[in-house]
Design a binder for this molecule. Structure first.
Ligand code: BES
Ligand code: ZN
Ligand code: ZN
Length: 527
């Protein structure tokens, strides 16, 4: 999909549909761009507002034929809702509503008139672009096309620029394209079936991300894991025929060697529960149990393309969780890379096992400034918070406050759960240092967090349990049913807030740079 700025006035723009955004309680302000457009349309827009045929409620729409009075044959009115509830996410949603409505109409070109508001033009451009590209997301790869399919002809989205907003809008479009591409890549990975997206596939994907950016990629195979003493990851992986992979992506602008922020994502490409097998109902959804890993791959790609100025490392321990004759059993004891021994009480609590080794690897190999992990870790967080907020726990108040603020700003909200010392008593084991679940079902998400905390030492660390937010069962404005791609916009927002200067996109950031640039050492080694 092509998104670009056009300097045309709305009344002359050549597009199949011109979308105009309107607030719920406002009549057309005299002399506003929309009022001028309406004058050309002999009051047709005002007619819709005054008759109540169009309410202006958020994501409401009305299609108005223009009868040759302006360049575009149709104007699509899109509601922004009430003024006091206006945020950048409203723009994102309304843009998705316009884009998906245009797709349903079968038209090929859509022009968006950016809403008049207090947001900076770069923010408006980014939100309009993200909304449209995220809202139009589909995964068609596994469906055979038939003649009865609705035709998707939409090829071009133009943002109409007036005055001197063009450069800022273009910047916003570029940022929006980078971020939406990362989120949609993560959605593809989570929505795709486990027989395609296995650990080797994730590793290959990471190498492709590195090849089209300046990231370094290195992948540990089972032998490499053994060398590092990753007994927990190997323990989870031993029950399946597919080999595990431990993915390392590094963004080191100008070879910076500062202590990095390390992002860790759970990469279970299918979670059957293992020997502690899950019930059959909805087990198919467990192909999404690598959504944390997908978010880390997407975030790393976007950070590289946005030329993020600080060093960031992404780690994805990847494995299946299946119950073959060699599988780890309840009562088995595994030794983590940190040296701690873990009694496996429930093989379905496998995420914390593979993360244990990834967290220890992060601490030992990188001496990080901070660690943020993302994992579809517990069903309990779905019970606690549903799909509206990610569960957050951690050891660093300042990092958690940044993530909370970034969650509000990105509309990928997080909510803190406590990690009081007392919870840790519940994972003491009679036979090993710790066990992977507690004796009761109480505070299930917190127990998961308390387990992970055993492996971060003094490193500032935040755990994000995305089990409830990584998947949606209903279509939302810019999140179609299925994998949401949650975490990427949250992390980018939080990481950019950590540097004074927000990252600027590279001049040609979306073009693959592999050919133009010599490969970095690690990328060359691993490909
Ligand atoms: N992958 C699941 C958690 C999950 C549940 C993700 C629902 C997405 C949606 C995880 O590995 C798991 O099975 N956790 C167990 C932990 C329990 C055994 C302590 C759970 O939540 O039941
Ligand atoms: Zn599980
Ligand atoms: Zn799992």
């Amino acid at each position: 999909m092509q998104v670009a700025v056009k300097r045309d006035k709305p009344e002359v723009v050549a597009a199949d549909v011109l979308a105009v955004f309107l607030r719920q309680e406002k009549s057309l302000a005299a002399k506003s761009v929309v009022a001028q457009l309406d004058a050309r349309l002999e009051g047709r827009i005002r007619d819709y507002l005054e008759s109540g045929d169009f309410s202006g409620a958020l994501n409401s729409t009305a299609l108005v034929r223009t009868g040759g009075k302006i360049g575009a044959p149709r104007v699509l009115l899109v509601g922004l809702g009430k003024s006091d509830a206006f945020t950048v996410d409203v723009v994102r949603q309304a843009s998705a509503t316009a884009a998906t409505a245009a797709r349903r109409l079968g038209i090929s070109s859509l022009a968006l008139l950016p809403p008049a508001c207090d947001l900076a033009p770069v923010e408006v451009g980014q939100a309009l672009t993200e909304g449209a590209l995220l809202g139009l997301y589909t995964l068609k790869r596994y469906k055979t096309a038939t003649e009865n399919d609705d035709k998707d002809n939409l090829r071009e989205i133009a943002l109409l620029a007036s005055g001197n907003a063009q450069r800022a809008l273009e910047n916003g479009i570029q940022r929006g394209q980078i971020i939406a591409a990362a989120v949609n890549m993560a959605r593809d990975l989570s929505n795709s079936p486990g027989n395609e997206v296995n650990p080797s596939y994730l590793a290959k994907q990471a190498q492709e991300v590195a090849a089209r950016t300046a990231l370094r990629c290195h992948v540990l195979d089972a032998a490499g894991m053994r060398e590092h003493g990753m007994g927990c990851l190997l323990g989870v992986a031993q029950g399946s025929a597919q080999p595990p992979a431990f993915i390392i992506l590094e963004h080191a602008p100008q070879g910076t060697q500062e202590p990095p922020m390390v992002l860790v994502g759970k990469g279970i490409t299918f979670d059957s529960g293992g020997i502690s097998i899950k019930p059959a109902a909805h087990m198919e959804d467990m192909k999404m149990d690598m959504s944390g890993g997908a978010a880390v791959l997407g975030t790393m790609q976007a950070l590289a393309q946005l030329r993020y100025p600080r060093r960031v490392v992404g780690l994805v321990p990847a494995s299946e969780n299946l119950p073959n004759g060699n599988a780890v059993k309840p009562g088995d004891i595994l030794r983590a890379m940190s040296g701690k021994t873990v009694e496996v009480i429930n093989t379905d609590a496998e995420g914390r096992l593979i993360l244990a080794d990834a967290l220890a690897y992060a601490v030992q190999e990188f001496k990080p400034a901070g660690i943020i992990d993302l994992a579809t870790l517990t069903g309990a967080v779905v019970v606690a918070l549903g799909s509206q907020a990610t569960g957050m726990m951690g050891t660093d108040k300042a990092m958690m406050e940044r993530l909370r603020a970034a969650g509000d700003a990105s509309a990928e909200r997080v909510w803190e759960l406590p990690l009081f010392e007392e919870y840790s008593k519940q994972i003491k084991s009679d036979f090993a240092d710790i066990k992977n679940v507690s004796n009761t079902r109480e505070a299930g998400s917190i127990i998961g967090g308390a387990f992970l905390k055993e492996f971060v030492g003094a490193t500032p660390w935040v755990h994000l349990d995305i089990a409830g937010t990584a998947w949606t069962h209903e279509n939302r404005a810019y999140i179609p049913k299925g994998a949401t791609g949650v975490g990427i916009r949250l992390l980018i927002t939080a990481l950019e807030a950590m540097v004074e200067q927000p990252a600027q996109p590279a001049a040609k950031a979306t073009r693959p740079r592999a050919a133009a640039r010599p490969k970095t050492r690690a990328a060359a080694r691993s490909s």
